[in-house]
Write a protein that binds this ligand. Sequence first.
Ligand code: SAH
Length: 226
Amino acid sequence: MRFGALALVAAALVAADPYALERDRMVREQIEARGIRHPDVLRAMRTVQRHLFVPATLHSMAYDDHPVPIGYEATISQPYIVALMTELADPPRNGTVLEIGTGSGYQAAILAGLVRRVYSIEIVPQLANAARARLKELGYSNVTVRQGDGYKGWPEASPFDRIILTAAPPDVPQVLLEQLAAGGRLVAPVGATRLQELVVVEKDAGGKVRRRSIAPVAFVPMRPGK
Ligand code: SAH
């Protein structure tokens, strides 16, 4: 009887979230094993249902150790890279984050569980609309998606405590540095070639910026704005 009840509960859990076990394995084998320790980041990666952010035909690939195409030349980043960038950003709980390159909305959903408010800009109208609808349907009510050019940032909502770019500009855009709060941090792939450098830029209380390189990465290039 007790076993029967347990089996029922297990069946209900699997029905509600069929990929929970795969997601847990993804976090252990790809993320914790590579040194990500931030408890909030690990919790977010365990919670957000990544498969719901990729096309239905690719659901079974969602938890694999690589990026997944989402159309319009965009990709949802490899899980480890999302976790690494989020850990590097180390966003304050009561803070605001600006993301450039909404894509599927997955990185925005990860951030939504960690901060007060997420602003995300996507240049491709179809991706912006789909991500906005998806995030709303999944209940991420503290994310605002705007279709537009990330090179312009989001002046009305600035300054931001953190800025994350998920498409690569040739150089760190000055406009975005201006929209970063004192004490803030920007995380971005930077470079004009197929491989870029993942960089962290910190702005101190006096407004001075310091930049360090973390690792080589391969992101889609940021499209030049019009
Ligand atoms: N963060 C996304 C992955 C983004 S892929 C996710 O979690 O799914 C990079 C995205 O940046 C693509 O969707 C691309 O269309 C967008 N992009 C490229 N250039 C841009 C620009 N200038 N402004 C805003 N978004 C841009």
